[in-house]
Design a binder for this molecule. Structure first.
Ligand SMILES: Cc1cc2nc3c(=O)[nH]c(=O)nc-3n(C[C@H](O)[C@H](O)[C@H](O)COP(=O)(O)OP(=O)(O)OC[C@H]3O[C@@H](n4cnc5c(N)ncnc54)[C@H](O)[C@@H]3O)c2cc1C
Length: 402
């Protein structure tokens, strides 16, 4: 049986290796358009490759996928982060889990992952053709006919489409009868109109709650202030879950920030009131009772029209109530997005309902399998996107040889 994998990225490699390991007699050919395979793996995680995430309960794991979570539940029961760790360990690559549960190679280098894949490909004698761009795919009877950009014809009994977010892959899938959910950016940072906190660029806040107004989209977690607006896990997560809504609003919408998530309104008022009574002579700018960095605290006082120099004794109950409300309901105008350099993905792709997730085979075109980012699945930042590639690659690779 001849199997052709189109795309030499994370998903394509994992599928090819799985298939050949299970059926050493199968002829497996990987076709990659660029001069190097595994390009995204190389640059991933700032060159460290965030391979997966230390979350081993499929029910919890799927919560990190704005699109595809329902379909991935069963898929993760077949291949999940523990299997990823084990797969690499068996091939001599030790992974480590960091405090935020992201998992990297202990070498802190994506080259370790690439070397591992290349060793495996050589060991299993899988053919990889680089600089081979597929231009068209036709299915004639039970066979696939692939034409390269150099007009060469390649035939296959089965194919795995693993072209990531490339337009080519979406076109092939569409020509073979599939619906493509419009591709859009996911995982980006928010640009804020007339941003008054830009001098605090680089300051991070441990925990905030972000909400997109006029939607039920919100996220809680650490946030980073940038020159243009907001980044960090809470912002990236909201951009991911809100990718479609934000695109519909043309990235022009209102963002609400709760700077003190862990305190209810009345607790916050009480805390400030108590501090005012205990330290009446202290200046507001020096009141550090909340989990907000000092320079941000002072900037927020000014933002809410309170002088940092005013003594706590001068604040009346109304001032305190208004200040507390502002801290919990601060509003900014999003006026655009900036793509995150560390990790960005495309949401959209081949419609989930057209894929049989037990095998990753198309329900529309027999013999055609999908894996990785070409599918309408994407995860938030933290290793979830590679885990999708490993999981769907492993399932496609096992099923394609059966
Ligand atoms: C800068 C950056 C950093 C990232 N870091 C992380 C991270 O640390 N952790 C994480 O989980 N995710 C990360 N991601 C996301 C992750 O890289 C992707 O989700 C993952 O690579 C998807 O794998 P894939 O195999 O589906 O697609 P890809 O890795 O994109 O591979 C697709 C391959 O198909 C080839 N191809 C396309 N069209 C054709 C054609 N017509 N003919 C032949 N070949 C073709 C492409 O050249 C490419 O090599 C990052 C993404 C970026 C951009």
């Amino acid at each position: 049986m001849k199997i052709v994998v189109i795309g030499g990225g994370a998903g394509g490699y994992f599928a090819a290796l799985t298939a050949k390991k299970l059926n050493p007699t199968a002829e497996i050919l990987v076709l990659e358009k660029s001069a190097k395979v595994l390009n995204k793996v190389r640059i991933s995680g700032g060159g460290r490759c965030n391979v997966t995430h230390g979350c081993f309960d499929p029910k919890m794991l799927i919560k990190n996928y704005p699109r595809g979570s329902k379909e991935l539940l069963g898929a993760f029961s077949r291949f999940q982060p523990l299997d990823t760790i084990d797969w690499f360990k068996k091939r001599g690559v030790i992974l480590k889990q960091e405090d935020d549960n992201r998992i990297f190679p202990i070498s802190n280098s994506s080259e370790t992952i690439i070397k591992c894949f290349q060793n495996e490909v050589e060991k299993l004698k899988i053919k990889v053709h680089i600089k081979t761009k597929i231009d068209s795919i036709c299915k004639i009877a039970e066979q696939f006919e692939l034409t390269t950009s150099k007009n060469e014809l390649i035939t296959a009994d089965r194919i795995i489409l693993a072209t990531g977010s490339s337009k080519d892959g979406f076109r092939f899938a569409e020509e073979l009868g599939h619906t493509i959910k419009a591709p859009l950016a996911s995982l980006f940072t928010f640009n804020i109109f007339n941003f008054t906190l830009s001098n605090l660029s680089g300051v991070s806040v441990e925990k905030v709650k972000l909400k997109l107004l006029n939607s039920n989209l919100e996220s809680t977690g650490p946030m980073l202030i940038t020159h243009w607006g907001f980044s960090g896990p809470a912002a990236l997560k909201l951009s991911s879950f809100g990718a479609r809504v934000l695109a519909e609003r043309n990235y022009l919408t209102k963002l609400k920030i709760d700077w003190v998530v862990d305190l209810l309104d009345y607790e916050l008022i009480q805390l400030i009131e108590t501090a005012c009574k205990s330290h009446p002579k202290k200046q507001l700018g020096n009141l550090y009772v909340l989990p907000i960095p000092k320079n941000l605290w002072r900037a927020l006082c000014k933002r809410f029209n309170l002088s940092t120099k005013s003594s706590l004794a001068s604040l009346n109950r109304k001032d305190i109530i208004n200040f507390s409300k502002s801290l919990k309901n601060d509003t900014f105008n999003i006026c655009g997005k900036t793509t995150n350099k560390e990790e960005f993905v495309t949401c959209g792709g081949v419609s989930l309902s057209e894929i049989e997730f037990k095998t990753m085979e198309s329900k529309i075109c027999k013999g055609l399998f999908f894996c990785g980012e070409i599918i309408d699945i994407d995860g938030i930042t933290g290793g979830f996107n590679f885990q999708n590639a490993w999981t769907t690659g492993s399932i496609a690779g096992s099923a394609v040889i059966s």
